[in-house]
Design a protein around this ligand. Structure first.
Ligand code: GLC
Length: 778
């Protein structure tokens, strides 16, 4: 096997604004695709035109075309450098021995590579070695364990693996993206990649790809939030989902027959447990055939779905990629006639075993096949389903080594793509096909697709749940860091199976899980066949009551949640946010895996240990007020807060403004109206925040049918002033309650907002009276 290393640069060319460096057969292309975006492409044989890039039906991974900036490389006695002219990066390249340094505009070195080992090619496998500034690194998508990935060796190759143990890797989602304090690194390569994050050599980062060029994108920025947003300009951001998708989802493998589905839905309503969505797992199908209904157990799906809709529910049905091999089944017969299924090198259609037994798999790498699959979704829409749940799309195959397609499966119209290259993208491509089908056949609605497998950019088409966890306390704890890490990898709409999927749940675990689950953007209770029931009422009254209370809280928080979803769709900023994003200079914040922020000022510290009735919480700098007790803490500090079984520790930073609606048992646009603004005034602040609302469905918001209630507040320790302004054409708020939370006391006042959208006169709401040592309204 041919092996080469990038020792010294023998020649260079400047081609279309790209600096091309040669060392034997090896080529390294360096260009700037933005003021702070560096692209470095390496291939040992100079092969940059990968089949994927040439394939016509395969959608590009990037949503923007890479156009190199016109930059001047200065020749130095030993190489080249790029600096100045308003650029936010400095790059220095040494010719012999090869070295490359990436620094910020002030010259602070963030990443560098040196010597022969910087780039290597061995057969089809290429690798790059970097030294970094030593700071913490997060990212790579769905990974078990702490957020900071230093010292680990991780693999990106979508895999259906159960149960998830502390060393299980890889899992269902692969996102080749690392994020550090001032830089991010994206490897635009969908082959299996290995990431040695200082495991072999403490200071070294080694990235190895099984095939294709190593197309590396480096983003520099002021902090991790800025870096993340810059990257998402290239791989795309989450779409704004329909409001109902933010509600509580109830699921089980499987609710059947249809009377049982109705019974579950009715029980939730009878018990006043807020819920918006019922999921139908594989037993609704006729012998696990996609897009069919079991006529014995589900004799009237239209009637059932109508009944659910009348009860205020939306219905999501599962769809697996494996189409049962049965020529009497229309989807299979039609698919065979249309030639939509993946074949092997020999041309013979690939057959793999999944839930329906032997099955055929659509080749989602082809545009024609995605369109064909999109049309199949229309069958579900016609029966009244509202959303699609895509599972087993790693793709997962039972009873074979590697649990997936064999390497000789081909993809693409001309079978020009290997499975090795498409594997990690298969789940995302399937979700794209489903999403585009929903958009085509229900154009007035916003699509909702849920997926298990995905790759970078999956958020453009689907929400993600993290697969088959277990009803274990350690998995409750994992849920926090895994959801946070997905957010840091560009996927804000994420959640885990509440209560745990495998194994039997228990009442305290279910309580603590829903208390976390109400803060995960995707909030669904789901459990495996033959496990103990874990619906909210499955244990005792106490559990049921606490479960209900937690959900009531989420539904009251919908104005805040929806605002964060809208923000995520514009900036990619996670909804459930790791502390490190808001406090990037706080080293401790980078180590916090068990608490998070809802938005920027509201810290949630869920209880993750059995029996715990208090919790150690890390508070970054600021003055924090515990919501229920009004206790004040000053950060940075570790503090202990009480956490009785019904309690979810929440602490609000000074200036935090929480918007609460009226709540309800299922979502409606009225639930987005701000009923109460909770303002946390324990210490002086200046704040500007806004709350977003629209119809919660459809696209009128894109034509201005939305409302943004902008609230500006300032408190100098004595006087608190609030100002509001409304923008957009959608139903303006007329009045709301303001609640000032001031060191344990709460003062309430009604605030009448002008009907027209003008900047309102500031309103003095609180003045601190030294004599009474307390606040009083003016
Ligand atoms: C997979 C899914 C799980 C689902 C089951 C049956 O294990 O991850 O959520 O319930 O298949 O469809």
């Amino acid at each position: 096997m041919k092996q080469c290393q990038f020792g010294c640069i023998e020649s260079k060319t400047d081609r279309n604004r790209v600096l091309e460096l040669h060392s034997g057969t090896q080529v390294l292309q360096v260009s700037l695709c933005g003021e702070s975006v560096i692209r470095l492409r390496y291939h040992g044989l100079g092969r940059f035109d990968s089949p994927a890039a040439a394939a016509t039906g395969l959608p590009p991974l990037l949503v923007k075309e890479a156009v190199p900036l016109p930059v001047q490389w200065l020749e130095t006695p030993t190489g080249w450098k790029l600096q100045g002219n308003g650029l936010k990066v400095n790059i220095t390249i040494e010719r012999d021995p090869f070295a490359l340094t990436v620094a910020d505009s002030e010259g602070k070195v963030l990443l560098c590579q040196a010597g022969a080992g910087a780039y290597r090619q061995q057969g089809s496998r290429g690798s790059a070695t970097w030294r970094w500034d030593g700071g913490p690194i997060v990212g790579l998508g769905e990974k078990i364990g702490s957020l900071d990935k230093r010292g680990k060796r991780l693999v990106l190759w979508n895999t259906d693996e159960v149960p998830h143990l502390p060393n299980t890797d890889p899992l269902y989602q692969s996102i080749p993206w690392l994020l550090s304090r001032h830089w991010g690194l994206f490897v635009h390569n969908s082959h299996r990649t290995k990431w040695d994050l200082g495991q072999t050599q403490p200071e070294e980062l080694v990235i190895e790809a099984d095939g294709g060029p190593l197309d590396q994108w480096i983003f520099l920025g002021e902090g991790p939030q800025d870096v993340l947003t810059q990257w998402l300009e290239w791989v795309g951001k989450m779409f704004l989902p329909p409001l109902w998708a933010l509600g509580h989802h109830q699921s089980r493998y499987s609710y059947h027959p249809q009377s049982r589905v109705i019974e579950v839905a009715q029980t939730l309503r009878e018990k006043h447990i807020p819920c918006d969505v019922i999921h139908l797992d594989i037993d609704h199908m006729d012998g696990h055939r996609d897009f069919t209904w079991d006529s014995r157990e589900f004799p009237d799906p239209d009637g059932m779905n109508k009944e659910l809709h009348d009860l205020g529910y939306h219905v999501v049905g599962i769809v697996d990629p494996g189409v049962k091999q049965d020529e009497t089944y229309a989807v299979c017969a039609d698919g065979l006639a249309e030639g939509v299924f993946c074949s092997k090198e020999t041309g013979e259609v690939f057959v793999g075993d999944v839930w329906p037994g032997p099955a055929l798999f659509p080749d989602f790498a082809c545009l024609r096949v995605r369109e064909w699959w999109g049309e199949q979704q229309a069958k579900h829409l016609a029966h009244g389903l509202d959303g699609i749940w895509n599972d087993m799309n790693e793709p997962s195959v039972f009873n074979v080594p590697g649990k997936t397609f064999p390497p000789d499966v081909r993809h693409g119209e001309e079978a020009e793509l290997t499975h090795a290259e498409i594997h990690n993208r298969y789940g995302s491509l399937m979700s794209q096909a489903a999403c585009e089908g929903l958009q085509k056949f229900a154009p007035e609605k916003r699509p909702f697709v849920l997926t298990r497998a995905g790759f970078a950019g999956v958020q453009r088409h689907a929400a993600v749940w993290l697969g088959d966890n277990s009803s274990w306390w350690c998995h409750l704890a994992e849920a926090v860091s895994m959801c946070l890490n997905m957010g840091l990898s560009g996927v804000p709409f994420v959640g885990t199976d509440i209560g745990g999927f495998l194994e039997d749940s228990e009442k305290q675990l279910l309580v603590r899980w829903i208390q976390l689950g109400i803060f995960t953007p995707f909030c669904r209770n789901h459990s495996n066949i033959n496990t103990r029931a874990q619906e909210p009422w499955a244990f005792d009254k106490e559990t049921e009551n606490i479960y209900r209370q937690a959900l009531e809280w989420r539904y009251r928080l919908l104005p805040t949640f929806y605002t964060l979803f809208e923000e995520a769709s514009r900036t990619g900023n996670p909804i459930m946010r790791a502390l490190l994003l808001e406090f990037p200079d706080d080293e401790v914040a980078w180590r916090i895996n068990d608490e998070f922020l809802l938005g920027k000022d509201c810290l949630v510290a869920p209880v993750l240990q059995k029996g715990a009735r208090e919790r150690l919480v890390y508070l970054p700098a600021g003055t924090w007020q515990e919501r229920t007790t009004g206790k004040i803490f000053t950060g940075p500090a570790h503090v202990v807060v009480g956490a009785d079984l019904a309690q979810i520790p929440m602490l609000l930073r000074e200036g935090a403004i929480l918007a609460l609606g009226c709540g309800g048992e299922f979502t409606r646009p009225e639930l987005l109206s701000v009923e109460t603004l909770e303002v946390y005034a324990q210490a002086p602040f200046e704040q500007e925040t806004s709350f977003y609302a629209d119809a919660g469905e459809g696209y009128a918001y894109q034509a201005g049918e939305y409302r943004r209630l902008i609230v500006r507040g300032s408190f100098d320790g004595q006087t608190l002033t609030l100002k509001a302004e409304q923008k957009g054409n959608w139903a303006p708020q007329e009045r709301l309650q303001v609640e000032i939370h001031w060191r344990g006391t709460v003062s309430r006042q009604e605030w009448v907002l002008a009907e027209e959208f003008t900047d309102l006169a500031p309103k003095v709401l609180l003045s601190y009276d030294e004599e009474n040592a307390g606040p009083s309204f003016t």
